[in-house]
Design a protein around this ligand. Structure first.
Ligand code: G3I
Length: 322
């Protein structure tokens, strides 16, 4: 029996469904390439569009890897999302180790955004302009080189420059741990509302959704949280969905994962405005989760190590079909 693909089902619902990927893997692994193109209508570079890869040397830009993803997306009629212009992580040594003045940091940020967002202006439909600027307490992430070097103003500047360079792109603030109301989500809501009042070009909020399967999300509370961002006029996206299972992994664990995945897809469909759902990878063969959790969690994605659909994938499909 032939199964409808996630892509077909999502398109019928007007939803973008995507995955983080890498061009090296696309080129090296035929099954990965085939499933990615078949199941998704949107992709994002897991790493290749981060600062350290695009500007490895001071004022030396390298778009070669990222262009391979642009080509793949074009060939398969997929939308391409940009991740990320401004983040505290994966910065090149020259930037982290230099003793830059505030003016120099502003110049570096402006040049990076103008060059990168300008380069891809006709190819990316959206950018995570700023990623993870807030601490879990809701305060600023004070160890960010951007915060340390510029102060909180870096956010507003980044959005304005990104809009200047890529006027048609949807510009997102992206973060984790704010799927439900709480200190971080509340602070983010206040921050984005303030930016919008100042006329900053900001169009969307990305909820990452890196949550293990044991994190049952209360559906009403999650939708209410998304709704208050939508009420600001922002579209929402689930940008990095995955759901590691604590080892040892049992068939029951996989069933619970399927159940919880379906529930998250229903949240996306029932919230007022969630325009895209992207998984952080799609096959358990390539996932950041085992390394990050030192082997404690694994199998967080909808396709198994052989790129075959898992119970989670079937449950997602059913939720999209309902
Ligand atoms: O490029 C080097 C390679 O030269 C070296 O041989 C290899 C050996 O470890 O490391 C490679 O770099 C790794 C890089 O991914 C590219 O594969 C880094 O060690 C590794 O730390 C890095 O991890 C990435 C992580 O961001 C960095 O914080 C993950 O792949 C990526 O999935 C993850 O993505 C982030 C999002 O951007 C933001 N939200 C959270 C999410 C998960 O952490």
């Amino acid at each position: 029996m032939s199964r409808q693909t996630l892509r077909q089902l999502a398109e019928r619902r007007g939803l973008l469904i995507g995955a983080a990927c890498s061009p090296g893997t696309i080129e090296a692994e035929a099954d990965y390439r085939r499933v990615l193109a078949r199941e998704f209508n949107c992709i994002v570079a897991e790493n290749g569009m981060k600062f350290m890869y695009l500007q490895p040397g001071f004022r030396q830009f390298d778009f070669s890897e990222a262009r391979r993803l642009v080509d793949f997306a074009r060939r398969h009629r997929m939308k391409l999302r940009g991740h990320t212009l401004v983040w505290h992580n994966q910065l090149p040594p020259w930037l982290k180790e230099g003793a830059w003045s505030r003016t120099q940091m502003l110049d570096i940020l402006q040049e990076h955004i103008f060059t990168v967002a300008g380069h891809f202006r006709d190819e990316l439909f959206a950018w995570d302009v700023v990623n993870e600027a807030l601490a879990d307490s809701g305060g600023w992430r004070e160890d960010s080189p951007w915060y340390k070097g510029i102060g909180p103003e870096y956010l507003e500047r980044a959005f304005r420059w990104a809009h200047e360079a890529a006027p048609d792109a949807q510009l997102f603030y992206n973060d984790y741990g704010m799927e439900l109301a709480g200190a971080k989500s509340d602070a983010c809501h206040r921050l984005l509302a303030r930016l919008l009042r100042k006329g900053v070009p900001l169009h969307g909020v990305g909820f990452q959704f890196h949550l293990g399967v044991e994190n049952r999300l209360d559906r009403r509370a999650c939708i209410a949280n998304i709704r208050r961002f939508n009420r600001l006029g922002l579209t929402a996206s689930f940008t990095e969905l995955d759901m590691g299972i604590k080892k040892p992994i049992t068939p029951q664990g996989r069933q619970e994962q399927a159940h919880e995945y379906a529930s998250r897809i229903r949240i996306a469909l029932d919230a007022p405005d969630v325009s895209a759902v992207l998984f952080w990878g799609f096959t358990d063969r390539h996932s950041w989760t085992p390394a990050f959790t030192k082997g404690e969690y694994d199998e967080g994605l909808p396709f198994d190590r052989n790129c075959r659909p898992k119970p989670a994938c079937h449950a997602i499909a059913r939720a999209l079909e309902e």
